[in-house]
Design a protein. Structure first.
Length: 307
């Protein structure tokens, strides 16, 4: 039966570990100058309702490395759920392509695509979660620190799709995640209880608070994301006020571990959630993290299309 990647919460700890191992192996093969054509002749359809740099280019290059082809379908072309219903889009595309990647506003849309498509569907970011990002993030932390279990990760900022996926990823890999968000921008109770349920068997610790300095104290990794996600632009001014004390800057990092790594899924809004000095400074892992989107997604594609 076909499988999908809609949220990391659908993965077991073992399946997630296997995906990360596959990503490491594919990255090593690429570095050694080889790219086995594991998906020769296969095609990925990529539906975008929102802009993208990393997701679009890394999926396109992932398919190219693997000997396949990716098809970019812009927001104006498909107009998912407007020009045509989601079930019809899913069924038509399934007749043409071997897998679908979709970046959508409403998570329900990617769920419906998966329900109606006869080919695997990958969530390339919804308002609920960003599983491909979290996979690349876990791969990066594992490479930098040699492990995930017990790693102290602090997240400072909005309780958004990126934090949701990090919570699921941290829960499944036994990490210690402490998040600080403004009180009105915490992750939903549904997300927190779902993540805590996943954390039971792995011993992960997940804490959600409102104090950035407290969250960052002793952290090995500090993570942030935009204060205003795509689709929330009308709230930007209100959010700038609400998040004013949630900037990752050098003063905040002074309370973290001396060799702390800084992460951001990008795009960054320099001077808002992160300063130039931190984004471009010695602790920044930002561009290694962005590169790992490619390697993590190659693993997802190989896993969904060949296993
Ligand atoms: N991090 C991320 O998903 O970037 P894009 O929006 O550029 O794809
Ligand atoms: N939280 C951000 C992530 C962008 C990759 C957004 O949804 O816009």
């Amino acid at each position: 039966m076909k499988r999908d990647l809609l949220t990391l919460a659908d993965q077991g700890p073992e399946a997630l570990g296997d995906l990360l191992a596959l990503a490491r192996a594919l990255k090593a093969e690429h570095a050694a100058g080889g790219n086995p054509p594991l998906l020769a002749g296969r095609t990925l359809g990529m539906i975008f309702q929102k802009p993208s740099l990393r997701t679009r280019v890394s999926f396109e290059m992932a398919m190219r490395h693997l000997g396949g082809h990716a098809l970019y379908l812009s927001p104006d072309e498909i107009r998912l759920g407007e020009r045509e219903s989601v079930p019809d889009v899913a069924r038509v595309l399934s007749r043409y392509v071997d897998a679908i990647m979709a970046r959508v506003f409403a998570h329900d849309h990617v769920v419906a695509l998966a329900q109606w498509a006869s080919v695997p569907v990958i969530n390339g970011l919804s308002d609920y979660s960003h599983p491909c990002q979290a996979l690349a993030d876990l791969l990066t932390i594992q490479e930098k620190l040699g492990t995930l279990s017990g790693v102290r990760l602090a997240y400072v900022g909005d309780g958004n799709n990126v934090l949701t996926s990090l919570l699921f990823g941290a829960a499944l890999t036994g990490m210690a995640l402490t998040a600080a968000t403004p009180p009105d921008y915490a992750p939903s109770p549904e997300v927190v209880s779902r993540a805590k349920a996943l954390a039971g068997p792995t011993g992960a610790s997940l804490q959600i608070g409102t104090d950035p300095a407290e969250a960052v104290a002793g952290a090995q990794v500090v993570y942030t994301d935009t204060w205003t996600s795509m689709g929330q632009e009308a709230e930007a001014a209100v959010r700038r006020d609400a998040f004013a004390d949630f900037q990752v800057n050098e003063a905040l990092l002074a309370g973290a571990s001396v060799d702390v790594g800084v992460m951001h899924c990008l795009p960054a809004h320099r001077g808002e959630e992160i300063t130039d000095a931190v984004a471009d400074g010695p602790h920044s892992w930002l561009f290694d993290q962005a590169e790992n989107r490619l390697h993590a997604q190659k693993a997802v594609l190989v896993d969904l299309l060949t296993r």
